[in-house]
Design a binder for this molecule. Structure first.
Ligand code: AMP
Ligand code: MG
Length: 402
């Protein structure tokens, strides 16, 4: 058996980020920028008001309440040249440019109109220069690098790209990930199963995990336990996808032809990883395409995805080494999660709750068998418990939240 860290390092050493390409802002969500983005202009680009109210000279409010002459109205988008002199005020709406001569805004709530005409305004309170004024460059300076290469584009960052006028950016491709199931026992439809059959769950789960991670899943179907069928399926997958995930056929059984075939057509490494579940794992390159051989048991294939495939796919998507995951949080164990020494780190399915102080606590969430998918779906996370680690009641454990 090899440590998880070694398997992970091996996989990461053999994948690389997909090439950068020009992307329109509409398609950028979830992609990783390949080049930094700069703002040519300051944001805000001009002094403007944060409130609806009156633009005026702060000095005039020294003796508030005071009455000022209203010289005009300025809405957002105004580009006229209204001037505000001593004793004067301009009605102004949020986002509108501060007129020449004014150095403060008093919000409308602190004003009243002495007569119906709107020609004059009573200002009830004294304001300081700069009051409610948003200054140019307060958010972004001219020439500032607003996004680094390696940054994922989130909804707010899509807005920021628009704000700086970066409608075309360079981003890494979104990995197309083929998902293949293997096994003569697998059925893929409702209705009665014949003896010995089970329904294919892994392909559905893995396609969903791929989608949830932000990548494009490609359904490669089910290959039978037949070398020709397996070869055909892998060849089709690597021709069409940036990476292929298969499940099943990587353990010690007589019909585990995935191993035989991949060894023939690819450059593979077969690993026994010191973890439970998900000990067997294969990784290699077939026709320049990374191929992940995940174990067949449904829980194992999910754990293998989280610990090994997903970080590698994130690296392909352009995420930097520090951001490949899986992210862990610390939690207090309310159960004894420790195990007899077997050389493995156990990923214990746990339910997580917060106590009244907001501290995370975990308990075993039920069946821990690698075939028990229903039990897995009741878990909020996986607690990593290495051999001999203190994972008794009250101890702190590392948890991957699912
Ligand atoms: P294998 O590694 O092919 O021997 O599979 C290990 C276990 O996982 C067996 O019980 C298989 O029936 C089961 N298994 C393999 N592939 C799938 C799948 N796609 N969906 C559900 N169970 C599977
Ligand atoms: Mg099988």
């Amino acid at each position: 058996m090899i440590p998880l860290a070694e398997a992970r390092a091996h996989v990461l050493s053999r994948v690389e980020a997909l090439a950068a390409r020009p992307i329109r802002i509409e398609q950028a969500l979830g992609l990783v920028l390949a080049e930094p983005v700069y703002s040519a202009e300051p944001i805000p680009g001009f002094a403007n008001t944060a409130m609806d109210g009156y633009a005026l000279q702060a000095e005039d409010t020294r003796g508030a309440p005071v009455t000022l002459e209203v010289v005009g109205t300025i809405g957002a988008g105004y580009d006229g040249d209204l001037q505000v002199g001593a004793g004067q005020a301009a009605r102004i709406m949020t986002g509108a440019p501060i007129p020449d001569g004014a150095d403060a805004v008093v919000k409308v709530e602190l004003t009243s109109l002495p007569d119906g005409s709107g020609d004059r305004v009573n200002v009830e309170a004294r304001v300081k220069p700069g009051n409610h004024i948003r200054h140019p460059g307060e958010d972004v300076a001219a020439g500032e690098r607003v996004l680094e290469a390696g940054t994922v584009v989130t909804p707010g960052r899509v807005g920021l790209l628009a704000a700086v006028g970066a409608y075309d950016v360079a981003a890494h491709g979104r990995p197309r990930v083929g998902v293949l199931s293997t096994g003569d026992e697998l059925a893929d439809a409702a209705g009665p199963l014949r003896r010995g059959q089970i329904r294919d769950t892994n392909r559905r789960t893995l396609l969903s995990l791929v989608a949830e991670a932000g990548f494009d899943g490609v359904d490669l179907g089910i290959a039978r336990d037949d070398p020709d069928d397996i070869e055909r399926a892998f060849r089709a997958g690597v021709a069409d996808c940036d990476a292929v995930l298969s499940s099943g056929g990587v353990s010690m059984g007589d019909f585990d032809y995935v191993k035989v075939v991949l060894d023939r057509i690819g450059d593979m490494r077969w690993m026994q990883i010191a973890i439970k579940p998900a000990k067997p794992f294969a990784f290699g390159i077939v026709d320049r395409t990374p191929v992940f051989g995940l174990p067949g048991n449904p829980v194992s294939s999910m754990v293998s995805f989280e610990l090994l495939a997903k970080p590698a796919l994130r690296a392909m998507a352009g995420f930097p080494p520090s951001d490949l995951g899986p992210a862990t949080v610390r939690a207090i164990s309310d159960d004894d999660l420790s195990h007899r020494n077997d050389g493995k780190t156990h990923y214990v399915r746990v339910a997580a709750t917060r106590d009244h102080q907001g501290v995370l606590h975990v308990t075993r969430s039920g069946g821990q068998g690698s075939h028990q998918l229903a039990a897995m779906t009741r878990a909020d996370g996986l607690a990593a418990v290495p051999d001999g680690s203190a994972a008794g009641v009250g101890d702190l454990v590392d948890v991957i939240l699912l």
